[in-house]
Write a protein that binds this ligand. Structure first.
Ligand code: NDP
Ligand code: 8X3
Length: 264
């Protein structure tokens, strides 16, 4: 059956892969992000390829007013929303607590926590009206164990975990499913954003092991969204086989200057 799926952060990485996976299933989409050129290209390619309807809802999730006015002004599209994928998010910097840039902290909190809250509050009334819906929040292994220099990024993902758990309780009476997906290392634009365009440092994050790719997460999210109405996956942690948790990754490094093999 065709569903309507609202995906935040659809211009790249996991959100982009979800857009492609759900469209391939024949689902109609509402896609969000700030880079409107990418949203327009995505809309036109998905509509052409899969004959689905794609509505663009471009806004910055940090901006409460923009979130509510974009969603309220497109009530016709949002009326039918079956699945909300709260994916928009980012890390900025990886620094010791006392050295980290406090503007980076604020941007992460405003995006990963406030943004998820605003979007959810704007969309949930449409689900309540239909007495059904599925909210899928993208957390992280960083929201399960903290790691050195992860401080505030980890805190935002711990918040996503807590918000998901409390949404699940509070929305029980409306028959709304809440799933939290906690990925490990996924090679996307995530590290390029985190290291502010430094491609060499970003590349090192995925060196010496096979990471997850955005499609792996999209496939997992799609699976969670396709179960019987009475079945909900509450939480799911997914890592590369070479990653045990947010701290331990088995890397085999052969590069000059990184000649030792083994765990890093
Ligand atoms: P990408 O950088 O590839 O994608 C991030 C997406 O979020 C982009 O589409 C970006 O769109 C959007 N976004 C960022 N800030 C905002 C904003 N203020 N308003 C609207 N959209 C925004 O990274 P990933 O795909 O890897 O990340 C997706 C989610 O997965 C994030 O929540 C991340 O924390 C989480 N995650 C990622 C992991 C990884 O290893 N990659 C592991 C665990 C979790 P635009 O710039 O156009 O606004
Ligand atoms: C992204 C994964 O380990 O870089 O959430 O924090 S990690």
């Amino acid at each position: 059956m065709k569903r309507t799926v609202f995906i935040t952060g659809a211009t790249s990485g996991i959100g982009l892969a979800c857009s492609q996976r759900f469209a391939a299933n024949g689902d109609n989409l509402i896609i969000n992000g700030r880079r409107t050129n990418r949203l327009e290209e995505l809309k036109s390619s998905l509509e052409k390829q899969f004959s689905v309807k794609v509505h663009i809802s471009a806004f910055d999730v940090q901006d409460k007013q923009a979130v509510f006015s974009a969603i309220d002004n497109a009530a016709i599209e949002f009326n039918n929303v079956d699945i909300l994928i709260n994916n928009a998010g980012l890390a900025l910097g990886k620094d010791f607590f006392e050295e980290a840039d406090m503007d980076d902290w604020e941007t992460m909190i405003k995006t990963n926590v406030n943004g998820l809250l605003y979007v959810s509050r704007a969309v949930i009334p449409f689900m309540i009206k239909r007495n059904k819906g599925h909210i899928i929040n993208i957390g992280s292994v960083a929201g399960i164990e903290v790691y050195e220099k992860g401080n505030v990024y980890c805190a935002t993902k711990f918040a996503v975990d807590a918000i998901s758990k409390s949404m699940r309780i509070d929305l029980l009476r409306y028959n709304i499913k809440v799933t939290a997906i906690h990925p490990g290392a996924v090679e996307t634009e995530f590290s390029l954003v985190r290291f502010k365009g430094d491609a060499e440092t970003a590349g090192k994050v995925y060196e010496g092991f096979t990471p997850l790719y955005a499609n792996d997460i999209a496939e997992t999210i799609f699976f969670c969204s396709s179960l019987a109405p009475a079945v909900c996956i509450n939480e799911l942690v997914i890592t590369p086989t070479a990653q045990a948790n947010s701290i331990y990754i088995k890397r085999v490094l052969y590069k000059p200057g990184l000649s030792e093999q083994g765990f890093v």
